[in-house]
Design a protein around this ligand. Sequence first.
Ligand SMILES: Cc1cc2nc3c(=O)[nH]c(=O)nc-3n(C[C@H](O)[C@H](O)[C@H](O)COP(=O)(O)O)c2cc1C
Ligand code: SF4
Length: 509
Amino acid sequence: MKVYVPADAAARALGSDAVAEAIVQEADRRGIALELVRNGTRGMIWLEPLVEVETDDGRTAFGPVAPGDVAGLFDADFADHPLALGAVEDIPFFARQTRLTFARCGLTDPLSLADYEAHGGLTGLRRALDMPAEGIVAEVTESGLRGRGGAGFPTGIKWHTVRKAEGPQKYIVCNADEGDSGTFADRMLMEGDPFCLIEGMVIAGLATGADTGFVYLRSEYPDAIAVMTRAIEIARGAGLLGPDILGSGRAFDMEVRVGAGAYVCGEETSLLNSLEGKRGVVRAKPPLPAISGAFGCPTVVNNVLSLATVPVILEKGAAHFRDFGLGRSRGTIPIQIAGNVKHGGLFETAFGMPLGDLVEDIGGGTRSGRPVKAVQVGGPLGAYFAPHQFDTPFGYEEFDGQGGLIGHAGLVVFDDTADMGAMARFAMEFCAVESCGKCTPCRIGAVRGVETVDRIRQGDAGAVALLEDLCETMTDGSLCALGGFTPYPVMSALRLYPEDFGLTREAAE
Ligand SMILES: Cc1cc2nc3c(=O)[nH]c(=O)nc-3n(C[C@H](O)[C@H](O)[C@H](O)COP(=O)(O)O)c2cc1C
Ligand code: SF4
């Protein structure tokens, strides 16, 4: 009997370890030979712990399972049971997805290289090993892949710059700091399919001439740190990393470096300082990291998802990836649905789905059952969207046109009890706490911002003009997007929900 119980941190937080233990004990008690696989999550967090059992007709799922349900599941022979969900692929939340980056996540044993290869892993790398470096860069460029960390910069163009840059040494740095509120896709990928990230980084090395990689991983992700570290050891042992990648004579090796827990260390130059053992403050650009990055050498800094999407692009070809999407937003995007929502989880789909469909239809509306009031898209620096904007298609330019951003594609849903004045205050407070202190508009501006929001909320409508002025200064004068984008949540909250600031609509405009 083969059973899958996720060891993903979200599933573990919901009790999957105790469920796995109960299954082992129950099988033992009944004298049933059991093969237990601790897979990654399928991404439907409200169904975790989601147990899957191998049958003649494929895998059938049960969830959410508690340890007390286990004996009953055995009694029912893992067939007819109130927790039965059928095949995962038929659950509407899953069936409506197009999984390219997350194709294997939850399906395989994350630390089995054999399982990885059996499900298409290493096909992209093998192809890349037969291509010239500029051919790999061209393939990534043609795919239309844009950075998934937030800025949406074309990945192929960044790689081209590093490939052309002169330097005794080049580096691939994976940004796994994942600090945005409501986001968890990087963690889910690293815990559920770590070889995919390793493969993507090796391909990036071949494309740019880098032979060393770092995964800068936040300390708040102990499970991901453990899985990635182990996966790197396994990959090295199997010759996927090291001086002779898959017998090609080409070299690439990598290691995990753990961050110390600052939001701004997700910003690429601050990250590089932290990686080098320095204080995590933002560096002025130029020079770009692509020219002078880690230890002063040409460096690719890419988000986990950007790098983990490269293997499938090389495997299936640029055109396959490019065929999905909308406008200049090509391919699929792993959207993370969180906050006050019924069906929270990871939903990978082609760009273009309207925001309202994601919230109301896929997410099932609020968990509280109350009307949706607002959705913050793109982390703590992202704008709030109100229901009248729900027809906005999920795409970089489309969100920009609405005064917002996609960021790392996290959605945080709020119901009608949310106080958006308090949320605007929180945005300024967050910026004040997390500011690296390098530039004045952010370091001082965020503190003044908290005070100014307080003044408005205490009835001083005249302070609205001051807040607008301050936000303009932060937008135009900040060195990085922490100070520069904080006005997005603040001003969108003010414009959309003036009553939560004690203002009339006219006073807020
Ligand atoms: C304050 C701040 C925090 C950021 N945090 C992250 C992060 O946690 N993960 C990430 O990939 N990018 C983050 N970024 C964006 C990075 O600076 C950079 O654009 C990204 O790592 C580039 O990779 P990509 O092109 O693959 O997106 C952050 C940017 C800012 C300004
Ligand atoms: S905007 Fe804030 S976080 Fe960014 S460099 Fe300036 S002080 Fe540092």
